[in-house]
Design a binder for this molecule. Sequence first.
Ligand SMILES: Nc1ncnc2c1ncn2[C@@H]1O[C@H](COP(=O)(O)OP(=O)(O)O)[C@@H](O)[C@H]1O
Ligand SMILES: CC(C)(COP(=O)(O)O)[C@@H](O)C(=O)NCCC(=O)O
Ligand SMILES: [K+]
Length: 244
Amino acid sequence: MILAVDVGNTRIKAAVFEGTILLEVFVFMKTELEKSIQNILNKYKKISHLVVSSVSDVEKQAFISFESSVNIHFVSHKDSFPFVNCYETPQTLGIDRMVLAAGATLQFPSQNRLVIDAGTCVTYDFIDENDNYLGGAISPGLRLRYEALHNYTAKLPLLTLENPKHFTAKSTSESIHSGVVNGLVCEIDGFINQYKAQFSNFIIILTGGDTEFLAKRLKNTIFANSNFLLESLNQTFQYKIKND
Ligand SMILES: Nc1ncnc2c1ncn2[C@@H]1O[C@H](COP(=O)(O)OP(=O)(O)O)[C@@H](O)[C@H]1O
Ligand SMILES: CC(C)(COP(=O)(O)O)[C@@H](O)C(=O)NCCC(=O)O
Ligand SMILES: [K+]
């Protein structure tokens, strides 16, 4: 039994796996890390490994108190991955993006895949049918867009995510909601259409904290799975054990 831990720049997501079966998902803030992990280990006493993907400032030190009771593996660029990394700066590629690419490669073999992770940032990762990781893009997520409009202007208020009432907004708050939400929805559909111009067919996986909100607004057909990174983390770890 393993505990997969995804440390993002906003929240920590964790999931207990028995083989490939996902037993339970937990979401908590970085400040609650130690208490939350301890509670999970108390509840699931058969957990033997913690597998951690971190893109944030949470390092191994934060997990040191668990070293005596479980094996802890921090996914790193040194691990085996089931794809050829064609990124020009492979050592700077986000571990989360590598785990997403590994999951897409293992779960959807022998086809082109585009993974979109709508979290703090929106990341786009493309893996071709020959398992070459080609790269992608990094874009601000919904919360970042609201905060940027407030933090870098004199008068715009800080709003939280809301469905815009009109595309052509008729008030300041509605203009912000329309710009943030429709801006990202049009961006994502635009990126997908751009990839469609280059690749005849590919599958699209949408994940991240804003999966549910965005999935129903996108014109393109996608596989929406908010637990995709956690599932991929479990699969990447199983792959590593077999191939290291
Ligand atoms: N309770 C929440 N707290 C913070 N963000 C949330 C929450 N619920 C949904 N979200 C949305 O999820 C996004 C963060 O997604 P997440 O996958 O947790 O990010 P990361 O993996 O980068 O930490 C934010 O843009 C926000 O819109
Ligand atoms: C772009 C990211 C911040 C996304 O992280 P998240 O939105 O999941 O918090 C992360 O993938 C990262 O730190 N990447 C390093 C740069 C790169 O991938 O090229
Ligand atoms: K992300």
